[in-house]
Design a protein around this ligand. Structure first.
Ligand code: ZN
Length: 246
């Protein structure tokens, strides 16, 4: 049982209700599409949560029962309650994994964890994106080739105003010429964070097999480990304590 990952897939779920194109691609919402392929994995138990549920679906009980949280938001970052953001932040520091997709770069939780503006350059003409694996030994790159392509994507370009990632797994190139750090790993407290750039809502990106491979790998990478509990504050010399105990 300890190898089972309790996953919560969070989605703002506004575009799907307001935009017919998005609804055609994701009739039950992006969270349903993401939950479907992750829930098919034997070691992942999935639930979904959306912005308009009470507490955005992220009650204390849900957060306490979540090993990894995935986050998709765009239109309504400002509608996310600061109280819930603080609780998610605390859970990350305790060890909960967090995976931020695409326009979640501007979410309150990502900006709080990064401490920078997280701003970037963008263009929406549906150009090709080539995602290069630049850290092939990393678990999130497991099962991929040297690169994969997304035929139509929104462009995100550097500069991306983030702290330098602990590990940069992917770098994207776009047909228009820009590059972007598109797979960024961080540690904050005991928690692991993965920012994954693809996921624009008007393209069927979450159905693409390489994208699903990356996300499955990222969920497993971000899952908590049974970490030692550190002691903070004034401390006696370890040797002295050991001798006293003998
Ligand atoms: Zn987008």
């Amino acid at each position: 049982m300890s190898n089972t990952i309790r996953l919560t897939v969070w989605n703002e779920f506004r575009h799907e209700q307001a935009n017919q194109r998005v609804r055609e691609i994701y009739p039950a919402g992006m969270h349903a599409a993401i939950a479907a392929f992750l829930g098919a994995e034997a070691d992942i138990i999935v639930r979904t949560a959306t912005l308009d549920e009470p507490d955005h679906g992220l009650t204390d009980e849900v957060l306490a029962d979540t090993d990894v949280l995935t986050w998709w938001g765009h239109l309504a970052h400002g509608d996310v309650s600061d109280t819930i953001v603080s609780k998610v932040h605390q859970r990350v520091l305790e060890g909960m994994g967090l995976i931020i997709f695409h326009s979640g770069h501007f979410s309150k939780i990502f900006k709080k964890l990064m401490g920078t503006t997280c701003d970037l350059k963008w263009r929406q003409i549906g150009e090709k994106e080539r995602v290069w694996v630049i850290e092939p030994g990393h678990p999130i790159a497991n099962g991929l080739g040297q690169f994969f392509e997304i035929p139509h994507a929104e462009m995100y370009g550097e500069r991306f105003d983030i702290p330098a990632p602990d590990t940069l797994v992917f770098m994207s190139w776009f047909a228009g010429g820009e590059v972007f750090r598109s797979g960024c790993c961080y540690h904050r407290g005991n928690g692991k964070i993965f920012y994954f750039r693809p996921g624009h809502e008007t393209f069927p990106i979450f159905y693409q097999s390489e994208i699903q491979t990356v996300i499955k790998n990222a969920v497993r990478w971000a899952a908590p480990v049974d970490c030692p509990k550190p002691n903070f504050g004034q401390s006696k010399p370890i040797e002295q304590v050991n001798h006293t105990q003998i």
